[in-house]
Write a protein that binds this ligand. Structure first.
Ligand SMILES: Cc1cc2nc3c(=O)[nH]c(=O)nc-3n(C[C@H](O)[C@H](O)[C@H](O)COP(=O)(O)O)c2cc1C
Length: 188
């Protein structure tokens, strides 16, 4: 028997990402932890993030219309939690966490050096959905630590990166591979 639960955003797991966005006034980038996010189009490559208007980062994204999505590893769980509980309104989260800002290449702002993958994106559309604004953004470039590239050199080595995910209210890791795309139709 299945029990009915009242509606809530029920999909899980979701990614746990660190979004960086330039803060013109403070001349530095702010970091916000984001779980309401994902890939939304393959061509052009687009991603989405949902950010509450009450977050300090929301106004920064609306001003710059570009950001970096940094993919943290499970080892960065402390930093992820700090950036998701402290506001950039009254703290420099790079200083607070000890994370290292590196100048981004195609957008204003910074990558987080410790994250093996940094995705630069430009906002194309903003839709207010209710308590969240949905930002739809085109991927301009993806930067990956050389040591985390797979043998094709065209994609990250997903098995090497212990990427963090989120199942509301706990952090989980995505490290163990249990099958490969198309294995059910592949003839050996
Ligand atoms: C794991 C995790 C996921 C989060 N996901 C989101 C999210 O998707 N959207 C959002 O608006 N806030 C999210 N938050 C809350 C913000 O990260 C948090 O309020 C942060 O302090 C806002 O920072 P800012 O005020 O510097 O922008 C999340 C927090 C955590 C810990």
């Amino acid at each position: 028997m299945k029990e009915f639960l009242k509606p809530y955003p029920a999909v899980f797991p979701v990614p746990a990402l660190l979004l960086t966005v330039y803060d013109e006034e403070k001349k530095r980038s702010n970091i916000i932890t984001i779980a309401w996010a994902g890939n939304v189009c393959s061509e052009p490559p687009m991603v989405s993030v949902s950010v509450r208007p009450t977050r300090y980062s929301n106004q920064l994204i609306k001003k710059e219309m570009e950001f970096v999505l940094n993919i943290p590893t499970a080892e960065m769980i402390r930093e992820v939690d700090i950036c998701g509980t402290v506001s950039g309104n009254n703290a420099d989260k790079f200083e607070l966490t000890g994370l290292t800002p590196l100048a981004a290449q195609m957008v204003k702002g910074h990558w987080i050096k410790e994250c093996p993958v940094n995705i630069e994106a430009r906002v194309k559309q903003i839709i207010n959905l209710g308590v969240h604004d949905l930002f739809l953004a085109e991927v301009l470039g993806v930067f990956v630590d050389a040591e985390y590239l797979d043998s094709s050199k065209r994609r990250p080595d997903y098995e090497k990166i212990n990427a963090l995910a989120y199942c509301p209210e706990r952090y989980v890791v995505t490290g163990s591979v249990v099958g490969r795309y198309g294995f059910t139709i592949k003839e050996d």
